[in-house]
Design a protein around this ligand. Structure first.
Ligand code: ZN
Length: 263
C-alpha cells in the first residue's frame, strides 16, 4: 500500500498549493466585483499575478472570465474583450449547439470521483477543456461530435491510464495475474472478468469514490481464481476487501450512472 500512500500525499500537497493560489485570487478578486455586461453575457474580471497577458475564457454560454495580468487594467481588459466579440459569440453559440441530447449539461452537477461537482467547459484561446473538481481535461474536439461525446472519450482515455495502473497494483497485492485490462462503455455492469483472465472495467468508475472502484477491481481480480459467486469466492472477497457490502450498496444505489450521460 506504500505506493497509494505516496500518491495521496502528492495529491494533497498539490491540493494545498492550489488552495493557496485560489486564496490569493479570491483576495484580489475582492476589489473587482462580478460585473454584468451589456448584451447577453456576463463577464467576471479577475486579476492574476502570474498571468503574462490578458486571457479571455468562455466558461459556458452567457459567462465569460477575463484574466488581467499584473500590468493590465480593467479598461485594457474591456478593450481586449471588445476586440474579440465575434470570437466570443461564435464560441458561445457552438457550446450551446454542442451540448447535444445528454443528461450531462454544462454548468450542471455531475458525480466525479465520488463528489458532486459542476461540469464546466471552457473555450480558451488554446482549445477546449473540461474542469471536473480538481481535474482539467483537454478535449480533442471533432467537428461532427457534441462536446459531451468528446468529454466521454477523454474520460475513457484517463480511465484507461488510471484504472489499468490501479488494477496492476491490486493484482500484485493479491498475487493474481491478469491477461488484459480493457475500459468499456457498458450499460449494465461496472466490470467483468472472462475465463481467460481478461478484465473489463466501466469508464464510469471514474465517477465513483476510489474505494468503490478499488472494490470493483478486487471483485473482478478474485474472479480470476473463482469463476463464480460461490461461498469460496465471497470468503476471499471479504478477506481482500472487508468493506465489500458497503461498496456493493454504493454501486446499487448509483446504478443510474450506468445510463448517463445519454438519455
Ligand atoms: Zn462477480
Amino acid at each position: 500500500m506504500n505506493r497509494s500512500a505516496q500518491t495521496d500525499f502528492a495529491s494533497s500537497a498539490a491540493q494545498m498549493r492550489r488552495q493557496g493560489v485560489a486564496r490569493k485570487l479570491l483576495k484580489l478578486q475582492g476589489n473587482e466585483p462580478v460585473r454584468p455586461h451589456r448584451g447577453s453575457y456576463t463577464i467576471q474580471y479577475r486579476h492574476n499575478r502570474r498571468a503574462r497577458h490578458y486571457i479571455v475564457r468562455v466558461d459556458r454560454p452567457g459567462q465569460l472570465t477575463v484574466t488581467i495580468p499584473p500590468k493590465g487594467t480593467l479598461q485594457g481588459a474591456r478593450a481586449f474583450v471588445a476586440n474579440r466579440e465575434n470570437w466570443i459569440r461564435q464560441q458561445m453559440g457552438r457550446m450551446k449547439i454542442l451540448e447535444g441530447e445528454h443528461r450531462w449539461q454544462i454548468g450542471r452537477q455531475i458525480l466525479w470521483r465520488g463528489e458532486r461537482v459542476p461540469l464546466r467547459v471552457e473555450r480558451t484561446t488554446q482549445g477546449w477543456r473540461a474542469l471536473l473538481g480538481q481535474d482539467t481535461i483537454q478535449l480533442p474536439w471533432g467537428k461532427r461530435e457534441d462536446i459531451i461525446t468528446c468529454l466521454v472519450r477523454a474520460i475513457r482515455r484517463l480511465a484507461s491510464e488510471e484504472l489499468s495502473l490501479r488494477t496492476a497494483q491490486l493484482a500484485l497485492e493479491l498475487g493474481v495475474e491478469v491477461r488484459s485490462v480493457t475500459i468499456r462503455d457498458q450499460r449494465t455492469r461496472w466490470g467483468s472478468c472472462s475465463a481467460r483472465r481478461d478484465v473489463s472495467l466501466n469508464w464510469r468508475l471514474m465517477q465513483a469514490p476510489s474505494w468503490v472502484s478499488d472494490y470493483v477491481i478486487v471483485h473482478e481480480l478474485i474472479h480470476t481464481r473463482h469463476f463464480h459467486h460461490g461461498p469460496e469466492y465471497w470468503q476471499e472477497v471479504e478477506v481482500a476487501f472487508p468493506r465489500y457490502h458497503e461498496a456493493e450498496l454504493w454501486l446499487k444505489r448509483h446504478a443510474v450512472l450506468l445510463r448517463e450521460p445519454s438519455q
